[in-house]
Design a protein around this ligand. Structure first.
Ligand code: 5AD
Length: 348
């Protein structure tokens, strides 16, 4: 099948086979191909979301983690990480600040910290939902039992982010310690969907050992799973990990993948990620210009921001700070889009 037929099929059916995704990705340096994908992505984005860009206040509530993912700066074995955990009150304060700034979605993200039991999480979520009943709460807190996901859903969590990281078993094992498995990741994502969450999956671009055929598998996996949200950002090395001397992922390839994801999942909530903004000063704008419709500025207490270092040089101040909303709005406006102060749910 030649590339033109593949693009035509993608635009018409929003679906490709793994082999077709692979051929499409092999054209990653072809500007004409990327331009067609970008234009189609934008037209779909406009159809469902117009020029709106949704904002999420990101609260990084703990950097303790029981996992030891090889790529991640807050992995258990990193003894250089300065560990912190926000209190119930501190988290509610972040929400209060965020609410005043106009945020109507709070994303609570943390390492897999056993301190936050179901009981503590339920208490926390219930308090947030009680005080801010017009807001959505997204949790990004790793792998849990189905029972736990059910309790959290009942406590009011609306959305859950759990990147699959890679859809290939062998590659998954290269990125994670042996206690972790792709099978369990997939089980979690399935449970979350069945329980009625708006679910987010996703992967890093350029993670060590990743090849284009593996990214083709990721795209196929996303197409089959049909998540409501997809997080994609370039891999960025962290100095205290086994991957310290690896190269970061490609911005250009990340942008191409974002537009493909918009085409296979037209209504997807697609953030221009912090990793994209870290690697490229214009990353967030570039993301929006290929089909992204979400930004997630940092709402964590300023003193702890530098400690939530998943990778080196992670941005958290200036444009990345939730407090810079006026600034962010201006930048987004300058490229023809509009930050809106809404919950920003998945389009129906
Ligand atoms: N580079 C880029 N992204 C990373 N993440 C973790 N470590 C890194 C890194 N070194 C991403 C993972 C995780 C999300 C919270 O952050 O994909 O799911």
């Amino acid at each position: 099948m030649i590339i033109n037929d593949i693009i035509e099929k993608l635009i018409k059916t929003h679906r490709l086979t793994i082999e077709e995704f692979e051929i499409l990705l092999s054209h990653k340096d072809n500007e004409d191909v990327k331009d067609i994908l970008r234009r189609e992505a934008l037209s779909l984005r406009h159809k469902y979301y117009g020029k709106k860009v949704f904002i999420r206040g990101l609260i990084e509530f703990t950097n303790y983690c029981k996992n030891n993912c090889l790529y991640c700066g807050i992995r258990r074995d990193n003894c250089n990480a300065n560990r912190y955990r926000l209190t119930h009150e501190e988290i509610l304060e972040c929400c209060r600040d965020g609410y005043e700034l106009g945020y109507r979605t709070f994303v609570l993200q943390g390492g897999e910290d056993p301190y936050f039991t179901d009981e503590r999480l339920v208490e926390l979520i219930s308090a947030i939902k009680k005080q801010y009943s017009d807001c959505a709460v997204t949790l990004s807190f790793g792998e849990r039992t189905r029972k736990s996901y059910e309790l959290l859903k009942n406590a009011g969590v609306d959305r859950y982010l759990l990147r699959h990281e890679t859809a290939d078993e062998v590659h998954y094992q290269k990125l994670h310690p042996k206690e972790m498995s792709l099978t369990n990741r997939k089980r979690c994502l399935q449970d979350l969907k069945e329980l009625g969450y708006q679910v987010g999956a996703g992967m890093m671009v350029g993670s060590p050992g990743q090849t284009l055929d593996l990214l083709a598998k990721d795209l196929y996996f996303l197409q089959q799973l049909e998540p409501h949200m997809v997080g994609i950002g370039p891999f960025i090395p962290h100095k205290d990990t086994c991957f310290a001397d690896k190269n970061p992922g490609s911005i250009q390839l990340t942008l191409m993948l974002l537009s493909i994801v918009r085409i296979i999942l037209p209504k997807v909530l697609l953030p221009a990620t912090t990793a994209l903004g870290t690697l490229d000063l214009q990353g967030r704008e570039k993301g929006i210009m290929v089909g992204c419709n979400v930004v997630m500025p940092n709402l964590s207490p300023t003193v702890h921001r530098k400690d939530y270092a998943l990778y080196d040089n992670k941005i958290s101040t200036g444009e990345e700070s939730a407090q810079s909303i006026a600034n962010i709005s201006e930048r987004v406006k300058s490229i023809g889009y509009e930050i809106v102060k809404e919950r920003g749910d998945y389009a129906n």
